[in-house]
Write a protein of this length. Structure first.
Length: 127
């Protein structure tokens, strides 16, 4: 089978933003979580290397046979586009870790497909 790399949609959809809000509201006060998602909706995606995004997130690479990662790997191999990852930028100078608000499984699948591939992320700055 020919090697495939992940391709990305232009924007996350409603479901991705809703999932980001649900996750962020577990990590942060509700008002701040809602503000970050509002910023994410207005922020255009940027491209970053898959392995760098995963490393910056400080999360482990999930195995390729994990249910959701496997589904996303199948989508990649079929040439289907994935929704961009919603990534809340951390700040090391204030000991604030980065957060993948939505798209952790897609990120892991992209790394398994080709860790050097560009990944589309909505990079949300924290002020």
């Amino acid at each position: 089978m020919a090697k495939r790399v992940a391709t990305w949609k232009k924007r996350p959809g409603r479901q991705e933003f809703a999932s980001a809000l649900n996750y962020l509201s577990l990590q942060l006060p509700g008002k701040l979580a809602a503000q970050l998602v509002s910023v994410a909706k207005r922020t255009p995606p940027v491209s970053r290397v898959a392995k760098d995004v995963l490393r910056a997130s400080r999360l482990p690479l999930l195995p390729p046979d994990e249910l959701h990662v496997a589904k996303d790997l199948k989508r990649i191999h079929k040439g289907k586009r994935l929704a961009p990852v919603i990534f809340v930028q951390g700040d090391l100078s204030h000991a604030r870790p980065p957060i993948i608000a939505d798209g952790y499984h897609r990120m892991c699948a992209a790394c398994h497909a080709d860790e050097d591939t560009p990944v589309s992320i909505v990079l949300v700055p924290v002020q």
